[in-house]
Design a protein around this ligand. Structure first.
Ligand code: ATP
Ligand code: MG
Length: 442
């Protein structure tokens, strides 16, 4: 983003004009060198936090004890961090305390990988004491200094290494890999939240399967707070993830859980224990629940001769009675899924199946009908029904009770099945019909 480049360059110039050293550093330098979209333009400087705060009009002390001040320029936030070292690593995690230093080289030395330890000065010149650019060109992930020492300091670095290897399609340099195998058990000290954040980036990248295979081969998460054992990963069919789009993120997480044998009912609790938000956990679980109900699990591309008869029926354009009845049953299951889990979950499921089933003709035909059904559903929730609960109660002169919810659900289902319109008169007529049929609404 040229605006970000311009504004961050302006910050660098102001810092240097005040006599400090300042440069771009870390992820943004790395991403720019390999031609990937840059997220945050992180700035490192010799200026102390209070000096940074004094130089700019709008600042936020976001992480001042770690030396980070956020400078806001034209409403865009930039993190400006004072050169620092880390010492006294405790419990295999990065320390709470940092020491500010005046030299860039010292700051680069504390960083995890050579490709993340490159700085770029305002004049465009690179400061790259560990050969990060060479490693980037070779596609190698290598620790700054001794891998064992670096991983012993902070175990999360191991998972970051796997994540970068997966996202960039890079190799882990042999000593870095060896150190990982040796120190993998230290991962158990790392908070689930930090593991989750790395896994999210990994699954959101272009090679999620490679990342999962590295986790399998390394056993990195075998004892971790998010536990993925090599045995579980070996049967998780990670290659399915690559067939799914990275967004919405629920799709790949659902595929991973499905591969691990986690059911829709178990998924919500599990994802919450992995520190996902309640909303995300629910929506990923809903996808799996719909998938279980719709029974599309055996229709995946390459999963064998799924439903040859059905395929033949589709090819013949069959409209036999049995086929039609099957279609109605399937429509009812689908409509119930939409009413139970919501349109968004149903849409996610359609995306999920469409990506996983690939070219399968029968599956494509089923998907198309489901899309059409979804488009025709006039109301998903009682609010959207053209008849309010109060009016129903008045009409039937009955005390509100559980029967009301059941009746509203029946009306929603009937309207969604296209048996009558979501219009006041039509709904009243349906209520009258139900009363006649059953004598009373149960
Ligand atoms: P991303 O693209 O995910 O933002 P990143 O490398 O920028 O990747 P950040 O967490 O934003 O990751 O960290 C910024 C920089 O801080 C890194 O490039 C690296 O130099 C340094 N860094 C981050 N985490 C660690 C760590 N655990 N140990 C050492 N250095 C780290
Ligand atoms: Mg970053």
């Amino acid at each position: 983003d040229p605006q970000q480049v311009r504004l961050s360059a302006e910050i660098l110039r102001s810092l240097e004009a005040a006599g400090h050293t300042a440069c771009w550093v870390g992820g943004c330098v790395r991403d720019e060198l390999i031609g990937r979209p840059v997220n945050d333009m992180d700035i490192a400087t010799s200026a102390r936090p209070e000096e940074v705060t004094g130089l700019f009009e709008r600042t936020v002390p976001t992480g001042i004890e770690h030396g980070t001040v956020t400078v806001v320029m034209e409403k865009i936030p930039f993190e400006v961090t004072t050169f620092r070292t880390e010492s006294d690593y405790k419990d295999f995690r990065r320390p709470e305390e940092v020491t500010f230093v005046r030299s860039l080289d010292e700051d680069l030395r504390r960083r995890d990988f050579t490709m993340n330890a490159i700085a770029r000065r305002p004049d465009g010149e690179y400061v790259d004491p560990y050969g990060g650019r060479t490693d980037l060109a070779k596609g190698v992930i290598r620790c700054v200094g001794d891998a064992r020492e670096r991983f012993r300091e902070d175990a999360l670095r191991m998972l970051r290494g796997v994540r970068f290897a997966s996202v960039f399609g890079f190799e882990l340099e042999p000593r870095t890999w060896e150190a990982m195998l040796e120190l993998r058990d230290n991962m158990r000290h790392i908070a689930a939240e930090r593991i989750r954040a790395e896994l999210e980036k990994m699954l959101g990248g272009t090679r999620p399967a490679e990342g999962l295979r590295l986790l399998e081969r390394s056993g990195l998460l075998a004892e971790a707070k998010i536990r993925l054992t090599p045995q579980a990963l070996a049967s998780a069919r990670p290659e399915r993830l690559g067939a799914l789009p990275p967004k919405p993120a629920e799709l790949r997480w659902a595929a991973l859980l499905q591969g691990l044998g986690v059911s829709g009912d178990e998924a919500e609790t599990l994802l919450k224990s992995w520190t996902f938000s309640g909303g995300f956990a629910k929506s990923a679980a809903a996808l799996l629940r719909i998938d279980a109900r719709m029974g599309a699990g055996d229709l995946e591309a390459g999963a064998g001769k799924a439903n040859e008869a059905e395929k033949a029926a589709v090819r013949a354009g069959e409209a036999g009675e049995e086929h039609a009845a099957g279609g109605e049953r399937r429509k009812l299951s689908f409509v119930r899924c939409v009413l139970d889990f919501g349109r968004a979950a149903a849409e996610n499921w359609l995306l999920y199946r469409s990506a996983l089933n690939g070219e399968d003709e029968a599956a494509a035909a089923r998907r198309e009908s489901a899309s059409a059904w979804l488009a025709e559903i006039p109301a998903e929730s009682p609010r959207e029904l053209a008849l309010g609960g109060n009016e129903i109660v008045g009409r039937l002169s009955r005390k509100p009770g559980p029967w009301l919810g059941a009746l509203i659900r029946q009306l929603l289902e009937g309207a969604a099945m296209g048996r009558f319109a979501n219009e006041r008169e039509a709904l009243l007529a349906e209520i009258a019909r139900l009363e006649e049929e059953k004598g009373m609404i149960e």
